[in-house]
Design a protein around this ligand. Sequence first.
Ligand SMILES: Nc1ncnc2c1ncn2[C@@H]1O[C@H](COP(=O)(O)OP(=O)(O)OP(=O)(O)O)[C@@H](O)[C@H]1O
Ligand SMILES: [Mg+2]
Length: 279
Amino acid sequence: MSEVLESPRPELAQAAQQGPGALAANAGRARVVARDVNVYYGDTHALKGVDIDIFNNEVVAFIGPSGCGKSTFLRCINRMNDVIEGCRVTGEITLDKQDIYSRDIDVVQLRARVGMVFQKPNPFPKSIYDNIAYGPRIHGLGGGKEVLDEIVESSLKRAGLWNEVKDRLKEPGTGLSGGQQQRLCIARAIAVNPEVILMDEPCSALDPIATARIEELIDELRQNFTIVIVTHSMQQAARVSQRTAFFHLGNLVEWGETEEIFTTPRDERTQGYITGRFG
Ligand SMILES: Nc1ncnc2c1ncn2[C@@H]1O[C@H](COP(=O)(O)OP(=O)(O)OP(=O)(O)O)[C@@H](O)[C@H]1O
Ligand SMILES: [Mg+2]
């Protein structure tokens, strides 16, 4: 176990340790560690031997051309692939050093620890209040009404939505604008106090203003959570992430500090993608 937790990029951790700033402080503080992760859909080998460390209080961006396996890998981290017929995952993923594929993992609990926000905002057909209260109720975090009210308010505040909805908590979540619905979904994810939040192209259905709002929010949420964001926008990856991972044809080609990946990528496939030669 200790062996598989070694960083596959010791030189990166070392370089980060030497430099100033948050990235240096984070070196070695891996929250999610993936080793030799493979995913098969039937006979299709969709993800090939992925090794990556995902650090605490950072945003990591997953980039790469369509079909390269970004969503597939994201779904490995909260075992959403379990529900896909014919999908098989091998290798090891740990969350805070605990093997998430081990038999004694409660998948419902795991998904509370590793929340997910999707491309298309998907509020439940319930009131704004009940969208947020849903998770805490299921996980028994709610306590009495007062506690639940407090969780709803603080989650909406942290998602930057409180002021816009505080007078209409009983109205349906589906009645909000797209950008508001996405912030509602983020508030719903954080209401159960996750450790990691996975976001699969969370802004692709939003206009530039709503996108900017979500990007700001992601940067704030980094203080308390570990965030993985899949994006097709190089600009977005550069703006919101501290580290970037580039996937291509099911391989994780390289990952590292976002600035390095965008300025001095090691692999010509990365270079080709970020300069727009393919993808
Ligand atoms: N449910 C599924 N059943 C079968 N094959 C799948 C399934 N989901 C994904 N795949 C295949 O796995 C590969 C990776 O797909 P994935 O959705 O992870 O790519 P992606 O990088 O997220 O692409 P995009 O940027 O278009 O969202 C593709 O070849 C895809 O066709
Ligand atoms: Mg995808």
